[in-house]
Design a protein around this ligand. Structure first.
Ligand code: NAP
Ligand code: G3P
Length: 484
């Protein structure tokens, strides 16, 4: 199954026009495991000159792909989901090594993606248009009928982040294919091998040559060329706010979906169920070592219940296992030394400014033990910056108004949670939060994947979620009948 995507010595190829190819430059990136520094494999560093062919062959293949009946396109996506499920153990093993995601979470990401692809295949058959009659507008008789249907945008550039190299690649590729587009997928360099396996899955499922091309290479080297290329008709990007803003500035006039950073707040009111709240906060803050955009990245708790909440949080944090993802440890090494160094900067700043350390602040290379600070204040970087690591700041507030003010002062606007037993009050607070989604009595999270997933402010642009993504990767086209 996978021998074609790599040659001896684990040198992985790129998918170009139905063939697995190596860069003519001979340049490659070595991918080392964040777990133990061993080499996972090598991936091609495709040059800008070579990148042109990935785009042009995608453009050439798109029209024929859109002429395939949507139920046949759905069959291919269903088949890809079945193949992904068949290969789950192999791919999970790669993810454990390549991105240090524990085995359980890697298998869970793959299972979630299988479901995503099946759901998308069916949903894609039901994204329809409408017809409008002119006489519903003043001054017009029945003489005109507008038949509105959806057409693909063309070539979708899909750029995925390291933390979900399967799900956040497929969540772009599958909707794009169902809408009749072709796709150029640019995986994260650290995560590229996992995503190349996904490319092979789609290949075996019968995606025609050129309809899906997978290009590897450093984003900082080929990214600008890809996003600004005139034959790229739409960009679906997930990654940091910094890169997202850069793409938005240079891409030119083309639609884009940007899924960026977050600083999701868990607001805890005095009438919250503290056991449910603590459990949601800990799993929301520390799964995949906090390397999720929707991770709970600050707790804003009413002073009167703070001690009781913290007691429950610390009990749960102390039960988290730390170590090797192969052993299903809860907390595993971060994706890179630089990521760990950044988290340490935020931890040191908070400690120096007087935050009270309740757990963690123990670091072994890029492995950071789950860290919790109480009494975090607004002058600390940890109150505002996104660590993308296992560190949780707790800020005590006097009332919900103060919590809303602090939550909204963030540059980010992905999600927030509100924990309370008064649902009316939860809705009142939710209506004032400047975010894409408010979770009531639950942790911040993207799933289930057919729900709309929205980021505002520095957290992104556009709405994802299966039907929303298909719509974002297509456009309306109207044909007006002028009746005699
Ligand atoms: P990142 O450094 O922004 O990289 C994301 C993707 O963009 C990678 O494939 C990267 O390729 C590529 N890239 C880098 N520079 C580029 C450029 N100039 N033009 C085009 N593409 C470029 O983010 P990350 O480290 O993978 O993920 C961590 C960040 O992403 C965090 O801020 C996190 O909050 C955010 N994130 C958000 C979501 C969400 O759903 N909102 C999900 C996951 C992650 P290379 O790997 O080759 O650099
Ligand atoms: O960071 C990835 C983002 O898409 C969050 O996904 O399902 O972990 O909330 P999830």
């Amino acid at each position: 199954m996978f021998s074609c995507i790599m040659n001896k010595g684990n040198v992985f190829k790129c998918l170009l026009n139905g063939k697995w190819i190596e860069s003519n430059t001979g340049k490659r990136d070595k991918i080392f495991s964040p777990v133990d520094g061993t080499i996972v494999g090598e991936v091609q560093c495709i040059s800008q000159q070579e990148a042109e062919e990935f785009i042009v062959t995608a453009k050439d293949a798109q029209k024929d792909w859109n002429n395939v009946a949507v139920n046949k396109r759905a069959d291919v996506v269903h088949k890809a989901a079945d193949i992904l499920d068949r290969e789950k153990e192999t791919i999970a093993e790669v993810m454990v090594k390549e991105i240090a995601k524990n085995r359980k979470s890697s298998l869970s990401e793959i299972a979630r993606t299988v479901d995503f692809m099946h759901f998308t295949a069916e949903e894609g058959k039901r994204v329809v248009g409408e017809s409008l009659s002119s006489d519903s507008f003043p001054g017009f008789g029945k003489g005109k009928v507008s038949i509105v249907h959806r057409v693909p945008l063309g070539v979708i550039l899909s750029i995925a982040p390291f933390n979900y190299p399967i799900n956040l690649a497929a969540s772009k590729v599958a909707p794009a294919l169902m809408a009749g587009n072709s796709v150029v997928l640019k995986p994260p360099t650290q995560g590229a091998i996992s995503s190349l396996y996904l490319g092979r899955v789609f290949c075996e499922a019968g995606v025609p040559p050129g309809v899906l091309n997978v290009i590897t290479g450093q984003g900082r080297e080929i990214g600008d060329y890809l996003v600004s290329h005139p034959h790229i008709n739409m960009i679906a990007f997930t990654g940091s706010s910094k890169v997202g803003r850069h793409i938005a500035q240079i891409a030119g006039m083309k639609p884009m979906l940007l899924e960026l950073g977050g600083k999701d707040a868990a607001i805890v009111l005095a009438d919250a169920d503290l056991d449910i709240t603590a459990s949601n906060i800990v799993s929301g803050a520390f799964s995949y070592s906090g390397q999720r955009c929707t991770a709970v990245k600050r707790v804003l708790v009413i002073e009167s219940v703070a001690d009781e909440l913290i007691k429950r949080i610390i009990k749960l944090v102390n039960s988290l296992t730390v170590g090797n993802p192969q052993d299903d440890a809860d907390i595993t090494p971060l994706i890179s030394d630089s990521a760990a160094e950044f988290v340490k900067e935020l931890i040191d700043d908070a400690a120096e400014k007087g935050a009270r350390l309740l757990a963690g602040n123990k670091i072994e290379g890029n492995l950071i033990y789950p860290t919790v600070f109480d009494n975090v204040t607004k002058d600390m970087r940890l109150a505002w910056e996104e660590p993308f690591g296992p560190v949780l700041p707790i800020m005590r507030v006097k009332n919900s108004e103060e919590a809303i003010e602090i939550a909204n002062r963030s540059e980010y606007g992905l999600q927030s949670s509100v924990f309370t037993s008064d649902i009316d009050n939860a809705f009142k607070i939710a209506s004032k939060l400047e975010v894409g989604t408010v979770q009531v009595n639950g942790k911040t999270e993207r799933g289930p994947d057919h729900f709309p997933f929205i980021g505002v402010k520095s957290s992104g642009m556009g709405t994802q979620g299966i039907r929303y993504s298909i719509e974002a990767m297509s456009r309306s086209k109207a044909i007006v009948l002028n009746l005699k």
